[in-house]
Design a protein around this ligand. Structure first.
Ligand code: SAH
Length: 330
């Protein structure tokens, strides 16, 4: 921004003022009252845009007030984000890519493949646009929408730095969670780059045979490599990892699987988040019965592994985990 302002013949310090306005959610240059009118006019005439992400569809869950946004991007692709209300504040679940190329068999987000990476600006805008539309203040971000964040590492990392910047939005690193399907080398890099950001790993299976049948990424980085990277992550950061484990009926939800999972995670600083599979029509997988999910949970706890069953939100608007989709004209 500084370079851009200098190219307009303006002093660099204006960048900081404009940056602050952007992260207050300002949608027009006219509102930037501490910026001289002459500069505001120049900006209006330039090819930069504000408020690029207008929701083209907003759905509100009757069950829990969760809102799902469909945003059209400048190139015709469209992505989804979900705003969830919790007792302790509001969380936005954002997408990191338009589509996804990881190919997990139970997930709707990967069905049309990958269109492209989202820019850091498009990630921030999902939060700002949802705030503008809802009038709510958002204080947590989970990068758990469509896309594999570590497949777009550079833009993800620019986004985290920008949204955390004190001169802008100043959202705490600890209020951000990034979830990955297990790109092992990036996990270690993330430990050094962002030790304060929460990390979640989509594990979903206790052994390679089952994991590879659900998640093609396991053929690239198997469970041994993945858990190795996780152990190094906890050594470097001293922070607990959340393992997501989607329970699929008859695939990974028996007590035997729970036992194998305990062996795998033994001694690792972690928490297991069980997600009873959400229905995705195309996949043909079934969700675990509630009592089986509870039996799985009890077993993990009896072995001293902290675990919870994720409370699904926005199921009636296809806004729950794994239900977000790519759409758009392209
Ligand atoms: N690509 C990243 C970010 C997505 S996070 C990752 O894989 O972690 C979304 C979470 O929901 C992941 O844990 C994903 O595996 C899980 N998920 C996908 N499809 C699901 C479904 N149908 N039901 C429940 N969880 C699902």
């Amino acid at each position: 921004m500084e370079a851009f302002l200098e190219s307009l013949g303006e002093p660099k310090f204006r960048a900081k003022q404009i940056f602050a306005w952007l992260y207050r959610g300002t949608e027009s240059f006219e509102q930037m009252s501490n910026v001289p009118v002459s500069l505001r006019e120049k900006l209006v005439e330039s090819d930069v845009n504000l408020g690029i992400m207008k929701p083209i569809k907003v759905q509100c869950s009757k069950l829990d007030g969760t809102r799902k946004y469909l945003f059209e991007l400048y190139d015709g692709n469209a992505i989804e984000s979900v705003l969830m209300k919790y007792k302790y504040g509001n969380t936005i679940c954002i997408s990191s890519q338009a589509g996804c190329r990881m190919g997990c068999k139970f997930c709707a987000s990967t069905i049309g493949g990958l269109r492209r990476n989202l820019t850091a600006g498009e990630m921030s805008e999902q939060l700002l646009a949802a705030e503008r539309q809802s009038g709510e203040h958002i204080n947590h971000i989970v990068v758990m929408g469509t896309g594999e964040p570590f497949d777009n590492y550079e833009n993800l990392s620019a986004f985290i730095k920008i949204i955390n910047d004190k001169a802008g939005r100043n959202l705490g690193m600890r209020n951000i969670t990034v979830s990955t399907c297990g790109l092992a080398p990036a996990i270690e890099k993330f430990a050094y780059d962002f030790p304060q950001v929460n990390l979640a790993i989509s594990l979903h299976a206790p052994d390679d045979k089952i994991r590879s049948s659900m998640m093609p990424v396991n053929k690239r980085y198997n469970i041994h490599e993945l858990i190795g990277a996780c152990r190094r992550y906890t050594d470097i950061t001293s922070r607990r990892i959340t393992f997501e484990y989607t329970l699929v009926r008859g695939v990974n939800d028996s007590l035997h699987h729970a036992e194998e999972l305990c062996k795998l995670l033994k001694g690792l600083l972690c928490h297991v988040n069980l997600i009873p599979l959400n229905k995705v029509l195309e996949t043909g997988f079934d969700t675990t019965a509630r009592k089986d999910a509870e039996r799985f949970l009890d077993f993990l706890e009896s072995k001293g592994i902290p675990a919870t069953i994720r409370r699904e939100m926005g199921d009636d608007i296809d806004g729950a985990c794994g239900q977000l989709r790519l759409s758009g004209k392209k």
